[in-house]
Design a protein around this ligand. Structure first.
Ligand code: DHB
Ligand code: FE
Length: 279
């Protein structure tokens, strides 16, 4: 039986990849950010997951504005990083976990989610940067199942819908007949707006309340429509939907670690590690 060992939610700003490539982790700008991941690396090494299920948004590599699935699940044998030039230049390919992928897809269709299934899929900074932050030697000890949620082209799925998707994925992982220690990851956010009149918009109060809510009152953010969320956290801040989906794979959870740092690029970077309560 598969077991969720925990959830990590993290931002995925592409400039992090540039900093990793330049080995800039100790520079004053980057140190408070990278220091936040040291406890995560220790926790992950101790928990020894063998599969990562990552909720992320594709940034134009697999789907562009002409064809945009609301939900898509990877079922590929492997995933190469194909970021558009501003990530880490060379990154080892990630192994897929096709058995778990197809199990999740079947369970999601049963639960009336009907995702697009991707037997070929490339990944971008939304998947690769968290991996490189958790395993800095880039010798991935895990396989991958990527789950893509559209936060790029409106209409976007609501916070409530993303929560329900996460719950369905959590149930599906629990019913996987194979043995697996699963780490669930949600990547994106927190508040940021990359263009338009409000470029650079950051809402520290909301971000901190949101992080805290995922421990004490995890459905709190589902009270908001996507328009309200965009108003609060910016057009790209809506990537926080991934954090909600990932959180929903667990029932009661306790906080292992969190970090919040402004800014990385134009973005508020957040980090939250959760374990199932009782572990
Ligand atoms: C930035 C943040 C993102 O989430 C992203 O996908 C691209 C760019 C940024 O802050 O630069
Ligand atoms: Fe992004």
């Amino acid at each position: 039986m598969a077991n969720i060992i925990g959830v990590i939610n993290t931002s995925h700003v592409p400039a992090i990849g540039g900093a990793i490539a330049r080995r800039a982790q100790q520079e004053p700008y980057w140190k408070p950010f990278f220091d936040g991941y040291v406890p995560v690396q220790k926790w992950v090494a101790q928990k020894r997951p063998d599969v990562v299920v990552t909720f992320y948004n594709d940034h134009g590599l697999n789907f562009f504005l002409d064809k945009m699935p609301t939900f898509a699940v990877g079922a590929a044998p492997e995933y190469a990083n194909a970021d558009e030039g501003w990530g880490i230049p060379t990154l080892p390919v990630l192994r897929g976990n096709q058995d778990l992928s197809w199990h999740l897809i079947e369970a999601l269709v049963d639960a009336e989610f009907d995702p697009v299934t991707c037997q070929e899929m490339v990944i971008d900074h939304g998947v690769s940067l968290p991996m490189a932050l958790f395993w800095p030697d880039q010798q991935w000890p895990v396989s991958l199942v990527p789950i893509c949620i559209n936060t790029v082209q409106h209409p976007l799925p609501s916070a409530t819908r993303c929560w329900k998707l996460g719950e369905a994925v959590g149930r599906a992982i629990a019913s996987f007949p194979g043995d697996a220690r699963v780490l669930v990851v949600g990547t994106g956010g927190l508040s940021h707006q990359l263009d338009g009149e409000r470029a650079g918009h950051i809402n520290r109060d909301f971000d901190l309340r949101f992080i805290e809510s995922l421990v004490s009152d995890p459905r709190w953010a589902t009270q908001y429509s996507n328009y309200e969320l965009v108003e609060k956290v910016g057009t790209q801040g809506i990537e926080l939907l991934m954090w909600l989906a990932a959180r929903a794979t667990l029932d009661e959870a306790r906080k292992v670690h969190s970090n919040y740092h402004i800014p990385i690029s134009n973005t508020a970077s957040g980090l939250l590690v959760l374990e199932p309560a009782g572990n």
